[in-house]
Ligand binder design. Sequence first.
Ligand SMILES: Nc1ncnc2c1ncn2[C@@H]1O[C@H](COP(=O)(O)OP(=O)(O)O)[C@@H](O)[C@H]1O
Ligand SMILES: [Mg+2]
Length: 314
Amino acid sequence: MPPTDSLPPPDAPPPTDDFAADPDLVLAVDDLAVEFPLTRKTTFAAVKGVSFRIRRGETLALVGESGSGKSVTAMTLMRLTEHDGARITRGSIRLRMKDARVVNLLDLPEKRMDNIRGAEVSIVFQDPISSLNPVYRVGDQIAEAVVRHQGKTKEQARRIALDMLRLVRVPDAERRLRQFPHQLSGGMRQRVMIAIALACRPSLMILDEPTTALDVTIQAQILDLVRALQAEIGMAVLFITHDMGVVAEIADRICVMLKGEIIETGSVYDVFDTPRETYTRALIAAVPALGSLADSPHPQKFPTAATLTSAEGA
Ligand SMILES: Nc1ncnc2c1ncn2[C@@H]1O[C@H](COP(=O)(O)OP(=O)(O)O)[C@@H](O)[C@H]1O
Ligand SMILES: [Mg+2]
């Protein structure tokens, strides 16, 4: 009997013991489909049966143009799309929790999901200013997340908040704790969001275009930070972007999404080296011209010129 909360629905994929076989497997999404009702009779299929896995210590990049279904996928992992009227029509989202039990998040009632959000799975959005509450001090907002999910005292939570700000390399952390969000730069605010996301040591962190609103230098710093934290903490990371330059910087594996489907997947090295799909080649070809790291002083992991040549020749 697998340690899930309830039996899978009849149309779920056949049960496998992939979590038992792979102790590092954190998330398994299988055949997930999400649609939005448009009129009483028509629906829009935003996500059409996507499957992917993420292991502990691994960063999976979900890439694709605007509107391809990346954010709907991410928000569905948090069971937040249903609040926007979406219907999850099939699939499963199995997560190994910190206590090692595996649950299908789609089976959980809202109350249990509330305990999972932030504590087991957390998300960092593109725009930190609308995610932070303008009237509370930064330190209190981190501490609040810790108190809510970890049952620590206020004093303990305050100490953890300070540790978290140091962890995300916010200089002068003690002073920053007492500041309000508007007193911080965009890059510092995004560090605070990452600190909040990390405060409860989730097994899975989702970052949805976390650097899109930041300038190139700050973006490179945030990417460095995510990579370093990944090495230190070893959680599973789902990194959403439309920028292949960012993928090359940050990810181990990649899923390319187009019109609600994953059309190509593989290790970043393989996909950059020999992309199969025309669409993937186009995304890669866009990097030198449009990639947000094109002017970055940081070395790129992959020689984009060589990649371009092979893409053109294919
Ligand atoms: N609440 C909603 N109601 C109706 N359609 C939506 C809603 N949210 C997203 N969509 C649609 O789903 C598609 C995928 O959106 P999204 O996942 O946000 O794309 P992206 O890949 O840019 O993150 C888009 O066509 C979008 O218009
Ligand atoms: Mg999006």
